[in-house]
Design a protein. Structure first.
Lengths: 303, 259
């Protein structure tokens, strides 16, 4: 009974502390808001780039061409060998005819008369190939090397530059963002700690009297811990709200402005982004608040 | 003669501060339930340290202290709160919360120990009328006289119904007439069953009230007599001179210990 009462007292007193200590509380809230806002932005960037890379990976393939002298049987053997590899997701055989049809469609769609010059000759005769789809684009180089060493393989075409660049970009982005966020979180913890210290200093006399009357540690420290948690909570709810509105708007505008790139610019939905962002931000925010206040209470309210 | 149950008992207590100051030396005292006792002595005689020992703010270097039938010599930090709830305290500087009115100051003590809100009002009003400041409920400490502030402090000390009341120099900031009023109030409280320990160096009140007097000198028991007179052998001036440096340091220790 006393514990429940003390809990309610702590919550009420914690809110009073925030009001009394307005300037510092607001500064702390702003710092947490800023760090979580940045965290959200970086999260949007990295998760979407990752998602796009993933989408690209699905369409990125390696083309395997054969020696002119190769037999059908050998082609099939190569195909089987490729399928056996664990890093290969899918192998597709493209005959010379299919390849030619593809080129015709791609390049001469607008000038069908040009095709006439080729008449019935398939300029891509002997250009049958395997399209090899890889599971992890970052391991493409190894696969290409392995395929090149296979007997009967003339040439391997790969177009991994885009995927590679995106992966590298994403890695860089993660490192930068994590560094910035770590610094901001440290600043936030420090600021909360300062806020609570001010609160404790202002109420030193009151705390001394509390102790004298026989207040438990829980009773003395509770309000300050609650203060930190509330600051953290507000500091994480504000950026979440702003980010939700912002993200929906950005997706809408980018898709509208770059309609031609819609094949590549596939964004994650607001729902799927926030199903992760909400718990993570709340966790970080409340965690920062808890950490900052606990450190301070341990430092100043120890007997 | 049958011995009454004791509420405070010190056995060969010695207390040396980390700085090397030996504040209490081999002190043995026994105070029975319901007694009214003066603890007197010059500044630096160990009175303040004795109060701190009883409140578990400091621990003795050696010896044994029993309060309310409980050995508090090596009380764990977590048990200190429960121990203090059974002791009421008033001080020379009243220690009221300046930003709260009389009612809130007394109610605060009830809140600290987790009394339900609906009971708080009744308890506070009862105790305010007992100490005679009922009509000042909504007044803030700065608007009260010293005597009234000490009454409020007494109300706060008593509202949780302690078995023991410790008054550390309760009249130090009051004029002689008000001092006597407060002392009579303490007598009334004692008459209702609460054990009262008054720490003082005011020989005027000690000599008028004719109670048991425990006289400390340099941390040791000098005398312990019923209906005793207290004659300080140091002149008031020299006591105050030595007080300055020593007590300000002691004050820091009091607040430091409570933080």
């Amino acid at each position: 009974m006393e514990k429940i009462y003390t809990l309610f007292y702590s919550i009420g007193q914690g809110m009073k502390n925030i009001k009394r200590n307005r300037m510092f509380s607001i500064t702390s809230i702003i710092t947490i808001t800023a760090s979580l806002f940045l965290f959200g932005i970086f999260y949007f960037l990295t998760s979407n780039v990752q998602y796009m890379v993933h989408n690209m990976e699905k369409s990125v393939s390696v083309s395997v061409f054969f020696e002119d002298t190769i037999s059908e049987e050998q082609i099939q053997q190569i195909g089987a060998a490729l399928k056996r590899r664990t890093d290969v997701k899918k192998v597709e055989y493209i005959s010379a005819e299919q390849a030619w049809e593809h080129v015709k469609k791609d390049m001469f769609e607008d000038n069908p008369e040009l095709i006439e010059t080729f008449s019935e000759d398939n300029p891509l005769a002997n250009s049958s190939s395997y399209e090899v789809y890889i599971k992890d684009v970052s391991k493409q180089a190894r696969l290409v090397k392995a395929i090149k060493q296979m007997e009967g393989v003339r040439k391997v075409n790969s177009s991994d530059e885009t995927a590679k660049a995106l992966t590298n970009f994403n890695r860089l982005l993660s490192v930068i963002s994590l560094t910035i966020i770590a610094i901001l979180i440290a600043v936030a913890v420090f600021l909360i700690s300062t806020t609570i210290t001010v609160g404790i200093t202002v109420r030193k006399e009151e705390i001394a009297i509390m102790r004298l009357i026989g207040a438990t540690d829980f009773f003395v420290q509770g309000p300050f811990i609650v203060e930190g948690i509330i600051i953290g909570l507000i500091g994480s709810l504000i950026p979440l709200g702003v980010l939700a509105i912002l993200y929906a708007q950005i997706i809408k505008r980018v898709n509208h402005a770059f309609a031609s790139l819609s094949q590549w610019l596939v964004f994650l939905s607001v729902k799927s982004e926030f199903s992760i962002l909400v718990p993570v931000c709340l966790g970080i925010g409340v965690g920062i608040g808890l950490l900052g206040s606990c450190i301070t209470v341990q430092k100043h309210l120890r007997v | 003669m049958e011995k009454k149950a004791s509420i405070v008992s010190l056995e060969d207590v010695t207390m040396t501060y980390p700085s090397g100051v030996q504040a209490i030396k081999d002190l043995s005292i026994d105070i029975a339930k319901g007694e009214f006792v003066f603890i007197v002595g010059a500044s630096g005689s160990g009175k303040s340290t004795l109060v701190k020992l009883l409140l578990c703010e400091v621990k003795p270097t050696s010896g044994k202290i029993i309060v309310n039938g409980k050995n508090i010599t090596y009380l764990k930090h977590k048990q200190v709160a429960a121990h203090r709830r059974r002791i009421g305290c008033v001080f020379q500087d009243f220690r009221l919360l300046k930003d709260r009115n009389v009612f809130e100051n007394v109610a605060f003590a009830q809140k600290v120990v987790g009394v339900q809100n609906r009971l708080v009002g009744k308890n506070v009003r009862r105790i305010l009328s007992l100490v005679g400041v009922s009509e000042k409920e909504k007044t803030f400490p700065r608007e009260l006289s010293g005597g009234q502030q000490q009454r409020v402090a007494l109300a706060r000390a008593l509202v949780n119904q302690p078995t023991l009341l410790i008054a550390d120099e309760p009249t130090g900031n009051l004029d002689p007439k008000t001092s006597m009023e407060i002392m009579h109030l303490l007598e009334d409280i004692n008459a209702q069953g609460t054990t009262v320990i008054v720490v003082t160096h005011d020989n005027e009140i000690v000599n008028q009230l004719q109670k048991r007097v425990i006289y400390l000198k340099e941390g040791q028991l000098h005398s312990d007599e019923e209906n005793a007179k207290y004659v300080e052998d140091l002149s008031i001036e020299s006591a105050h001179l030595s007080q300055g440096a020593f007590e300000s340091q002691e004050d820091d220790e009091i607040w430091g210990g409570l933080r």
